[in-house]
Design a protein. Structure first.
Length: 96
């Protein structure tokens, strides 16, 4: 009799899902704090958030970029509004 042969299974598709994150915080001599956070997933989407805080106020810009390169930008103000931004940047020393 012939030896028994192993029957091939259907094709196996392996998919890997994941994301990487980097984070950095810098304290400035003037008391300001700048925090950078970047998250990228395995599909190519990326979200970068930069927050600057000084004197009880903070300004955050989040930029989301999808795998096709389309960008969305979100601004957030704490204890200030858009009208206070120029004064905030003056205290900070530069634009974000």
């Amino acid at each position: 009799s012939e030896p028994e042969r192993a029957q091939p299974f259907g094709s196996i598709v392996a998919r890997s899902f994941g994301r990487s994150m980097t984070s950095k915080t810098v304290s400035r001599p003037n008391g300001g704090i700048e925090h950078h956070k970047s998250v990228r997933d395995s599909s190519g989407n990326e979200e970068v958030t930069v927050t600057r805080s000084i004197g009880g106020q903070s300004y955050t810009i989040t930029t989301k970029t999808d795998a096709q390169g389309k960008q969305e930008r979100i601004e957030n103000f704490v204890n200030m509004d858009e009208g206070d931004l120029k004064e905030f940047e003056k205290k900070w020393g530069s634009k974000l």
